[in-house]
Design a protein around this ligand. Structure first.
Ligand code: BES
Ligand code: ZN
Length: 584
């Protein structure tokens, strides 16, 4: 018996779940899901079965045949949640668990109508990565175990339920609608996902449509128009798309991430709706996960770089096809800046800057940073440089083919690469990348004419022609450069010329507000205090609250904002911001 995932009670000597049949009522009044989860095993078994749960109320457990099953719900571990131990009779092919979730379920956010765009209907969504699926369904919550599922959701008839799965049917029965969904491809549990709200769709192409609240569906359709085209570009790079559809869901503003690669239905923050399609690299990123992450998955959170490092690499390859190498280089430079910041943040925890991490006793949400993303990207780019692109591309395709629909460790990556590319890992000193801190000296630097122009620009503001030609990425890089010495910047003059406080591009806006807050520019402080009440994306909350807490004028403001807005934040965002505003 062995526990192979530090974040799961799953025991590989016990029966393995292969299918979930989920039937739940979505109760917006009590903010709970209640119903049954029927779990079927790969082979009939008996004896103990340990499942992961978090804040679940278990009402009953039986075999699929209806015989009662004895169980114990253990005391909760702060990181893992509570182990649910079943004792099954011999020959059990599956179990049925009757249960309900808690209003505090860590994977769920229940939104009041006021927290939605339309303001009339409530909204519910899930966010299961890394280890929150267990707060929605009792199961073996480790990516080592892949499952297929069917689902039946009872929702208010005015609302639409969506799942990261294939639609089967919708039936209205009085005040309720029954939505039936089915996931034919096997997934790690962290990709289990659904949303319920006032949602409508627009077609984007033969394999994709966009879902959003009615008031913003046109804007979302315009912004993500390239989805289907991107899908074809990605297939040319990484091989056939195995998930049938690539639909996207525009989320409410409190969605804590930029995007989440839920298979067949990517979730995207509404902050991407800049009106200029300049933020679609996030769409490319989530699409890229279809191969790197969803098809080849990390075996557990210690190998998260296999998901995110490969995906950032793949995202930039898609971007290069769509927008060219110059734009790609700007994004690489932005990535490098965010990596340097992450490394500085982890100065006292250098082990978290390795690609492979030891997360025993560590919450994956706490270890989350740009390191697996951008250091992972740089590592793969180093390998690409060493091999040359054609050889690297062939390697990448073979890697995806070899490990498709599997969940793998860094060791598996290493031994596969040793076999496929003898000597390559040694040549680039892969050990230093994988098990060492920081950035190894052979890391490649982004390089392009536009980047060089930006570097020689220094602190000088762009002239009118330059300002008109700059992409949002160039603005961001320039503003981030200025923020290194905010006291030297005349924010009022810049704002008068470029109206930055009114920018509708969140990437540019947040870079500007960070600078403005640090420089003590009052309109930026006011706007920052407003923005943290309008969006819940942690990528923006984190730097804004940080900048506020770092200044005399902003500190009290940050506390005030947090007290006012915390209730509307996603549970994970609330925790992250709480740590900034009220450090232990
Ligand atoms: N899978 C991640 C989001 C995630 C990671 C959720 C870990 C929970 C735990 C997603 O693919 C992602 O990386 N999103 C980025 C997008 C960016 C890198 C383009 C984000 O949210 O900012
Ligand atoms: Zn990702």
């Amino acid at each position: 018996m062995a526990r192979l995932d530090p974040h799961s009670f799953c025991d590989d000597a016990q029966p393995q779940i292969t299918t979930l049949d989920w039937h739940v009522t979505v109760d917006f009044e009590r903010q709970v899901l209640r119903g049954t989860a029927a779990l079927t095993f790969a082979a009939a078994g008996g004896g103990p079965l340990d499942l992961d749960t978090r804040d679940l109320r278990i009402h009953a457990v039986s075999t699929l045949g209806g015989a009662p099953v004895a169980y114990v719900l253990h005391a909760a571990d702060p990181v893992l949640g509570a182990r649910l131990s079943l004792m099954m009779p011999e020959g059990t092919v599956g179990v049925r668990i009757t249960y309900e979730t808690s209003p505090e379920a860590s994977a769920l956010q229940w939104l009041t109508p006021r927290q939605t765009q339309g303001g009339v209907h409530p909204f519910l969504f899930s966010q299961c990565q890394a280890i929150h699926a267990r707060s929605v369904v009792p199961l073996q919550d480790t990516p080592r175990v892949r499952i297929r599922y069917t689902a039946e959701l009872f929702v208010p008839a005015a609302l639409k339920a969506l799942m990261a799965a294939a639609f089967v049917s919708r039936e209205v029965r009085g005040e309720l609608a029954i939505e039936r969904w089915e996931m034919p491809q096997s997934i790690p549990p962290y990709l289990f996902a659904f949303a319920v709200g006032d949602l409508v769709s627009r077609e984007l192409g033969p394999r994709s449509r966009v879902w959003a609240e009615p008031g913003i569906v046109e804007a979302a359709a315009w912004e993500f128009e390239q989805a289907d085209h991107m899908l074809s570009a990605a297939e040319a790079l990484f091989g056939p798309y195995p998930w049938d559809r690539f639909d996207v869901l525009n989320m409410p503003p409190s969605f804590p991430y930029g995007g989440m690669e839920n298979p067949r239905l990517t979730f995207l923050t509404p902050t991407l709706l800049a009106g200029d399609r300049s933020l679609v690299n996030v769409l490319a990123h989530e699409l890229a996960h279809s191969w790197t992450g969803n098809l080849v998955s990390n075996a557990n959170a210690e190998h998260f770089w296999l998901n995110e490092g490969f995906t950032v690499y793949a995202e930039r390859r898609i971007q290069e096809v769509l927008e060219g190498a110059e734009i790609g280089a700007l994004h690489e430079a932005l990535g490098r800046r965010s990596l340097d910041e992450a490394l500085a943040d982890f100065a006292d925890r250098p082990a978290l800057t390795h690609l492979r991490t030891d997360l025993t006793g560590v919450d994956p949400d706490e270890a989350y940073s740009q390191v697996p993303y951008e250091k992972g990207f740089l590592f793969l780019k180093t390998l690409e440089r060493h091999l040359g692109r054609p050889a690297f591309d062939a390697f990448l395709k073979r890697y995806i083919e070899t490990f498709g629909f599997q969940s793998i460790t860094t060791d598996q990556f290493v031994s596969f690469t040793r076999g496929a590319l003898p000597g390559a890992l040694e040549a680039i000193d892969a050990d230093a990348w994988i098990d060492g801190p920081g950035i190894p000296p052979n890391a490649p630097a982004a390089d392009s004419a536009r980047l060089a122009a930006l570097t020689s620009q220094g602190d000088t503001p762009p002239d009118t022609a330059q300002a008109a030609a700059w992409t949002p990425a160039e603005w961001q890089l320039w503003l981030q450069h200025l923020a290194e010495a905010p006291e030297r910047v005349d924010c009022a003059a810049l704002d008068a010329r470029f109206a930055l406080t009114r920018s509708t591009n969140y990437e540019v806006l947040v870079a500007w507000l960070e600078l403005g807050v640090l420089a003590g520019y009052a309109p930026a402080v006011d706007r920052a205090a407003e923005v943290v009440g309008q969006v819940g994306r942690m990528k923006y909350l984190r730097p804004l609250y940080r900048a506020l807490t770092r200044t005399e004028a902003g500190r009290a403001r940050a506390v005030e904002c947090f007290e006012r807005f915390a209730a509307g934040y996603h549970p994970i965002a609330r925790q992250v911001v709480g740590g900034i505003v009220r450090p232990k």
